[in-house]
Design a protein around this ligand. Sequence first.
Ligand code: HEM
Length: 166
Amino acid sequence: MFLANFLQWLHDTQFSITMRESLYAEPIVETLHVLTLTLFLGFAVLLDLRLLGVVMRRRRMSEVLRQLNPWLIAGFVVMIVTGVLLFSGDPISFYSTAFFKVKMIMLVLAGVNVLIFNSTIGRRTAEWDLDANTPRAAKIAGIVSMVLWVAIVAAGRAIAYALPPP
Ligand code: HEM
């Protein structure tokens, strides 16, 4: 009930009306959403492949993390902000699709994967910084991350095909 009221309230805000009715607002925000997604995903896959020991094997894991993290964080923040803006344009319709809900759940799972990595094997990178064969837990984190991000992108793309007719 609270959620339904919130979605209705958001739908009726001036911001939401502008997002829906403006000719340019949605395409510009969606383009930013997709462009930052390519930036984020490119670096995320690079990091995941390093976790698997496939690329940049002679680079210290800690150095790779230090160099990629600012890009990953910046891309992630813009993706979240543009995603929320897109959602605000038609919250009731977007929320009615299963793909939107699945995407949000997988986003949370991707966050949990990062938290688990950071509080376990990621805290001890000094111990395996230059190992050609990365620890099993690092490989698992890399695979889980890639699977989730591919699924998140697929679910994001699928939302458009599941929307109720206008
Ligand atoms: C952070 C990771 C995210 C990724 C990787 C992602 C990915 C995508 C992709 C691939 C699309 C399809 C773009 C297109 O077909 O042109 C999309 C669209 C969309 N995303 Fe995201 N998204 C993310 C976050 C969010 C968040 C946090 C929200 C909202 C709370 C959101 C809401 C939307 C909406 C409403 C659409 C438009 C669907 C449509 O009209 O086609 N996204 N996203």
